[in-house]
Design a protein around this ligand. Structure first.
Ligand code: NAD
Length: 357
């Protein structure tokens, strides 16, 4: 079995962190008996410099003909003043749209040895924390009708939250199925006490729960969920929610985990082809200095193997190797406390590869 992965290394630290992730994927593939064929394509600032286009057609075609896409990061001050169609971020939004990715999965995880990096007290976190937030990505208020009008002489504006049942079902399905592969607990977050779209969301979740009898479904209003995440985050396994609520809750959850260099993400559509990337940006302030933490990208590769390749044993092994690397005291500068020894991007990659068994 051999898989095709398109690599979009991007800008800033992108090439450095993707380089380490490829080494880890190669080791996992050798251990678990499958092959990976990589194809490099350009996106973001480097694509603007080369083709005057942040998302060249060739890149889109290459991504579409792969089993999965791994992205580093895009952007940097060099491209900041360009017109909108040439901005690196335009390439990023474009590839998500081209691949019809409607679900964003963000694990918010605290590894035991990094507990102190979290702004939450140790006793609230417990031994470790592992939450998966599933956010709808292409519907809801960010895409609904909006406008300005004159409200009896007072300038007014409106935005519309709209979801149809098919859109709700497809994102809830990812929520239920993710829960099946984890702790079998799904929390559906809405504002059904106020919003009609949330009442449809909740009704759909209740109906779908019959298809997943092993999953324990509960509902929380978004305001309560925001509180529960900081009071008792250990109660959550998978959270599924709409675009706007997910935008806010996933950022809250990432702050809880304390370090941006550790957070992976996956964007999925209705086929197996997904886009995997760390949640951080291109970190131009440390690019080329061998300081970047490659773990968010390596953990994104674990998600890639789980969701797009169906190689869940390899995915589990990568996550265990990262945990062991941290247990053994390896720290890049962003997660290094006083008195601890800092390693380079490459040394962190070496350490994970050595622990991948
Ligand atoms: P950033 O995430 O790049 O950096 C924020 C801070 O975190 C910086 O101090 C950086 O050094 C640090 N950091 C980030 N990733 C790290 C890692 N792996 N290891 C160690 N430290 C890390 O956000 P920013 O500085 O606001 O943005 C920089 C550029 O990245 C901008 O051009 C922005 O538009 C772009 N950006 C891209 C993406 C993306 O590609 N998905 C996301 C966010 C920002």
């Amino acid at each position: 079995m051999s898989y095709k992965i398109t690599l979009l290394r991007g800008d800033g630290i992108g090439p450095e962190i993707v380089g380490q992730a490829v080494r880890v994927m190669d080791k996992a593939a050798a251990l678990y008996g499958f092959g990976i064929e990589y194809a490099d394509a350009l996106i973001g600032g480097i694509a603007v410099d080369t083709f005057n286009d942040p998302l060249p057609r060739e890149t889109v075609d290459m991504c579409k003909s792969s089993d999965a896409v791994l992205l580093g990061a895009v952007g940097g001050s060099k491209w900041e003043g360009l017109p909108a169609h040439l901005l690196p971020e335009t390439g990023l939004l474009g590839i998500r749209k081209e691949l019809a990715l409607f679900a964003n999965l963000r694990p918010a995880r605290i590894f035991g040895p990094l507990r102190e990096a979290s702004p939450l007290k140790s006793q609230i976190i417990g031994d470790a924390l592992d939450i998966l937030i599933v956010r709808e990505l292409t519907g809801g208020i960010y895409f609904g009708d909006r406008g300005r009008f004159d409200d009896n002489g007072s300038p007014a504006a409106f935005d519309t939250e709209k979801y149809n049942v098919d859109e709700i079902r497809r994102i809830l399905k990812i929520g239920f199925e993710s829960a099946m592969g984890r702790g079998k607990k799904l929390c559906s977050v809405d504002k059904a006490n106020v919003l009609e779209s949330s009442r449809l969301w909740r009704q759909t979740a209740v109906e779908m729960a019959k298809e997943y009898p092993e999953v324990e479904l509960r509902h929380l209003y978004v305001d309560n969920c925001a509180m529960q995440l900081v009071i008792n985050p250990g109660q959550f396994d998978v959270i599924v929610t709409s675009n706007m609520f997910g935008d806010i809750l996933s950022d809250e959850a990432s702050v809880i985990s304390g370090s941006i260099g550790m957070l992976a993400s996956a964007s999925l559509g209705s086929t197996k082809l997904g886009l995997y990337e760390p949640i951080h940006g291109s970190a131009p302030d440390i690019a080329g200095q061998h300081k970047a933490n490659p773990l968010a990208t390596i953990l994104s590769c674990a998600m890639l193997m789980r969701y797009s390749l169906g190689e869940s044993d390899a995915a589990d092994s990568i996550e265990k190797a990262v945990a062991k690397t941290l247990d053994d005291g390896f720290r890049t500068a962003d997660i290094c406390k006083k008195g601890e020894k800092c390693v380079t991007t490459e040394q962190m990659g070496d350490a994970v590869c050595e622990r991948l068994l």
